[in-house]
Design a protein around this ligand. Sequence first.
Ligand code: ZN
Length: 250
Amino acid sequence: MMKIIQISDIHIFLEEANYNNADSKENFLRLLKLISRQDFDYLVISGDLAFRSGGEKIYQWLKKNLTAYQAKLRVISGNHDDSKQLFNAFPLPQNSISVTTESKVYYYEKLANNHIFYLDTADGILDQDQREWIREVKNKCQIAAVNIFMHHPPLKMGINYMDQNYPLKNQQEAKELFKIFTNCNVFCGHYHNQAFRKEDNLNVYLTPSSWFQISKEPSEFSIQNTIPAYRYLEIENNQLLQTEVVFWEE
Ligand SMILES: [Zn+2]
């Protein structure tokens, strides 16, 4: 059984002290302390490692603080990242099948008996080249059920401000593609809250931000709280055995 911790939307800013009532560095370090007491095999950071735009200094700051987890670490890009610079700081895992384009980096690996995709939706789109590559890998590796990490959720998640203003631009195409799998667990971030939605074979798990959470109901931007959180998940034979969201407590 494989244990994964997912952290999302860290949004590190190095110069400014405080945005949205919370210091993203401080909250991230709180989470690191929290997970240091937890037993896990892999740590996935699901995008938006940088505050506004990705840069070497930010990624190096994170790398330094994540040294203890180097071998366990997997990263993907969010809309506030620079994929090239991100993967300069955090190299792709050995034995992965990967694609690096002008602006994107995405990859697949088999961990124990689990098929895992790490997608790149930095531009808000699951682009056609990437969709075709997913089909190819699926056939080549004979994948039926799958687990996917991607920054943008492929379904409406009920965080209204984000659903209305910053969704994945081609949710329909993504949903259609994911039908090629018998079961598809998708672990996302981007929306700064927790939620779960199911549609046919698609199970979408939204993981809160390590910085602050956005209120679910209002159509306007509104902060629910500034409590960092992570998701813990257990996977075996591509099935999700258990998952929970853990909030930091003083
Ligand atoms: Zn985002």
